[in-house]
Design a binder for this molecule. Structure first.
Ligand code: NAD
Length: 462
């Protein structure tokens, strides 16, 4: 697609206030693929005003009509799926097949789920002598990252629109093109002017202006813990609602009764997919000490197979960060069994699929989010030890448990301090609430729980 040189505000592409631009770089060949405007606080203010002006009418639009617009949006996203996949491949570097099957396909499912929910959700309930109305919170400021660029946009915008909120989106600076494509899709779907607005720009400028804008009622943010903390503090000072999705260090717990080869292979695939840039990735594999050597060998073999298939990470800074973690792992005494810090190719921000054995729970690579194709394998003594290690980080976003019998896996999963657990390789469910325990965040996305983030209650007594 051709990049727009303006902002999508109040139903049209309008010139940016400033002249600064952001270069969009293709991570595969390091070439500039496009330029988009770098929004200022004034652009953000215009967008928020448009969203505020559009709010009363959209909030009063019958849910069935909001549902119809979301169904139309789902259909446009489905019709333009090839263009979406190509755009994500250009700006994120994801292999085209993965862009098609995940980056383009998942948003269609999520938009569809909210088209259905908007039509069927009970926006009114009875409680004794009261009628409780679930009303939209107001103007939403959505700030999204680059790793699943369209999914993270749709996971915020679709429930916000279903609830009757209006939105200003500030997408990640690395992946603004798919955000522009999304704005085109919203327009094509017949969503009224001002209900959705897009301002591209830098985090500390446009993002900060959006998070701090007094006319924004709710800030929904996905990204790093450092920025999330800042946004939470800003929202707290203004007493405004905030939802934070801040990444994780999830455990893949393989109990002794599990199918070891399957658990290891699926676990490695989970970490390497999207070049390890998945906040819910199971980056710590926990294996009983009696099965440890076998698991390490299986994982090293599986990782080596990804060598040619894996895409680059998003940019040079991210590659430097991931390499830094790999070097730190070596320095702290972990044993490299696949990959390493050297670049596998001359051009592009590639990192080799990397596996560490002999990782102990206190090591940096077992505690911090690396956000690259790096897996740590840890040994446990018994179930209690496995649980201690699994729960022993500041995060709690996701995880996996493998066991010979489902009930055994469920019993373990119930003791994990984490928001989502896949049992014996359970499939992705776009209706399951997604979000973190502990420092992985505040609030939930997807399904009815994701919708309720954008609603507030009013009780009428009779
Ligand atoms: P980031 O937190 O800096 O960026 C996320 C979004 O926040 C972007 O849109 C960015 O422009 C915006 N932003 C940045 N500074 C801001 C500010 N002061 N005020 C308001 N908005 C601001 O994340 P990043 O630099 O893209 O990635 C850094 C690390 O964050 C990654 O290595 C990874 O560990 C983590 N991360 C997590 C997720 C996740 O899904 N939880 C996604 C991306 C990155």
């Amino acid at each position: 697609m051709k990049a727009h040189d303006g902002m999508y505000i109040d139903g049209a592409w309008r010139p940016a206030v400033g002249t600064e631009t952001i270069e969009v770089v293709n991570p595969v060949d390091e070439q500039v693929a496009a330029r988009v405007p770098a929004g200022t606080a004034e652009d953000v203010d215009r967008a928020v005003r448009a969203a505020r002006a559009a709010f009363p009418a959209w909030a009063a639009t019958p849910p069935a009509e909001r549902a119809a617009r979301l169904a139309a949006l789902r259909d446009v996203l489905a019709a333009r799926k090839d263009e979406i996949a190509e755009t994500v491949t250009t700006e994120l570097g994801a292999p085209l097949k993965f862009s098609q099957s995940v980056h383009a396909a998942v948003p269609v499912a999520v938009a569809g789920s909210y088209a259905e929910l908007a039509a069927t959700y009970p926006f009114e309930e009875k409680a004794g002598n009261s009628t409780v109305h679930l009303e939209p919170v107001g103007v939403v400021g959505a700030i999204t990252p680059w790793n699943y660029p369209l999914h993270q946009i749709v996971a915020k915008v679709a429930p916000a629109l279903a609830a009757g909120c209006t939105v200003v989106l500030k997408p990640a600076e690395d992946t603004p093109l798919v955000a522009q494509l999304f704005a085109e899709a919203v327009h094509e779907a017949g969503v009224p002017a001002g209900v959705f607005n897009l301002v591209t720009g830098l985090g500390p400028v446009a993002g900060q202006a959006l998070a701090g804008h007094p006319e924004v009622d709710l800030v929904s943010f996905t990204g790093s813990t450092a920025v999330g903390r800042k946004i939470g503090a800003t929202a707290g000072a203004a007493i405004k609602r905030v939802a934070l999705e801040l990444g994780g260090k999830s455990a893949n717990v393989i109990l002794p009764s599990a199918d070891l080869a399957k658990a290891v292979n699926v676990g490695v695939a989970n970490v390497m997919s999207n070049s390890g840039q998945t906040c819910s990735a199971w980056t710590r594999m926990l294996v009983h000490r009696d099965q440890y050597d076998e698991a390490v060998e299986l994982a090293a073999t599986a990782a080596a197979k990804y060598g040619e298939r894996i895409g680059p990470v998003v940019n040079a800074a991210q590659r430097a960060r991931v390499r830094g973690y790999i070097e730190k792992g070596v320095a702290e005494g972990a044993r490299l069994v696949a990959g390493g810090p050297e670049s596998p190719r001359e051009r592009g921000y590639f990192v080799s699929p990397t596996v560490f054995a002999d990782v102990t729970p206190g090591m940096t690579i077992a505690q911090e989010e690396i956000f690259g194709p790096v897996l740590s394998i840890l040994a446990y003594e018994d179930e209690e030890d496995a649980l201690r290690i699994a729960n022993g980080t500041v995060y709690g976003l996701a995880g996996a448990v493998w066991a010979g019998d489902e009930a055994e896996a469920v019993a373990f999963a119930r003791r994990m301090q984490t928001g989502q657990v896949d049992i014996n390789g359970g499939r992705f469910n776009p209706l399951a609430p997604f979000g973190g325990y502990k420092q992985s965040g505040v609030g939930r996305e997807l399904g009815t729980h994701g919708l309720s983030e954008y609603l507030q209650t009013k009780s009428l007594q009779f």
